[in-house]
Design a binder for this molecule. Structure first.
Ligand SMILES: NC(=O)c1ccc[n+]([C@@H]2O[C@H](COP(=O)([O-])OP(=O)(O)OC[C@H]3O[C@@H](n4cnc5c(N)ncnc54)[C@H](O)[C@@H]3O)[C@@H](O)[C@H]2O)c1
Length: 299
């Protein structure tokens, strides 16, 4: 286990017993870890390789420094926050977590495997949450031995900025688990909205088909990327165009969510646009790879 700035993990001032495990240090995982630290929790951040976990930790440190610049945290709170995170590649280190939030690749098998492995390390009272965008919480919960202590906790990108968290109980989730999930989201100054477990919940059931249709418009030459985005920004008052938003989310994530909707509803209206598939195959995944519908020069 490596520790940021070589400090001992300190008890959190606001929530003495709240240690949050975050599995996956990517776009969402590092953001979730960041807001949990900002809320005063301890964080155990895990990814598959030291390079990934270090990259996530680096982004958190940068984010906390930005919080000081924007006067969301004092310098003292920032210094305190960095002592409360441990970055690790060893799953057994998450045994100390009260609540584990999984934010790995949007594939059922990958997530189920993570929860299966976690189960041998975490005590039965630890609550498991998934940040899945679209996979059934009931199905993920049923793959564990603790379906009553399993809940969907769907944060939005970028996590430090977006207010919404969809809280999604599975069929077997206990009411106390939902209450704890709502309290955790609220402690991070988010607005939890309870949503029932259906593919894509509300957010991606509505958003992803719109993004996918925007990609069809581009593929069919209805307009270029800027044209599609300008129509939605200037005509519908969307703060970002759907193609810009797809680049921010990650085109692989968008494709994976469309596949979950397609396979869950067995309805061809959810088929991913072939251009989206092609761009994912090329590795043009949006902001995170420097190229998607737009280009993002590396500084
Ligand atoms: N990107 C978004 O806008 C967004 C928004 C809401 C929810 N989500 C959901 O959050 C989850 C993560 O998405 P992301 O955009 O952060 O993806 P990402 O690719 O940026 O990060 C995923 C991370 O998980 C790690 N990982 C993969 N398998 C692992 C394992 N077995 N153990 C530990 N770490 C593992 C990867 O190395 C990577 O760092 C997905 O379920 C996605 O649907 C994404």
């Amino acid at each position: 286990m490596t520790q940021l700035e070589n400090h001992q993990i300190a008890p959190s001032p606001n929530h003495p017993m709240s240690t949050i495990g975050v599995v996956g240090a990517g776009q969402m995982g590092h953001g979730i870890a960041h807001v949990m630290l900002r809320a005063g929790h301890n964080v155990l951040l895990l990814d598959t390789s030291q390079a990934f976990v270090d990259a996530g930790a680096k982004r958190i440190v940068k984010g906390l420094a930005r919080d000081v610049e924007k006067e969301r945290l004092t310098e003292e709170q920032r210094q305190q926050a960095v002592t409360r995170v441990k970055a690790t590649t060893v799953l057994a280190d998450l045994a100390a977590a009260d609540f584990v939030i999984e934010a790995v690749t949007e594939k059922f098998e990958v997530k189920a495997d993570v929860f299966h492995s976690l189960e041998s390390h975490c005590p039965p009272e630890t609550i498991f949450a998934s940040n899945t965008s679209s996979i059934s919480i009931t199905k993920l919960a049923a793959a564990t031995q603790r379906p009553t202590k399993f809940v969907g906790l769907h944060f939005f990108n970028p996590v430090p900025v977006m207010k919404l968290v969809e809280v999604v109980p599975g069929l077997q989730t206990a009411p106390e688990t939902v209450e704890k999930a709502i309290a955790l989201a609220a402690s991070a100054k988010k607005t939890p909205v309870r949503v029932n477990d259906f593919p894509g919940f509300v957010s991606n059931r509505v958003l992803m088909p719109m993004i996918n249709e925007a990609v069809f418009c581009l593929m069919e030459g209805v307009a270029d990327a800027a044209g599609v985005d300008n129509v939605m920004k200037l005509g519908m008052n969307h703060p970002m165009g759907p193609l810009e938003l797809a680049d921010l989310i990650g085109l692989d994530v968008c494709r994976d969510i469309m596949m979950v909707l397609y396979e869950s509803f067995h309805d061809s209206k959810y088929r991913p646009c072939p251009l989206l598939e092609k761009m994912v195959a090329a590795g043009w995944l949006g902001c995170k790879t420097g190229r998607g519908f737009y280009e993002y020069p590396r500084s």
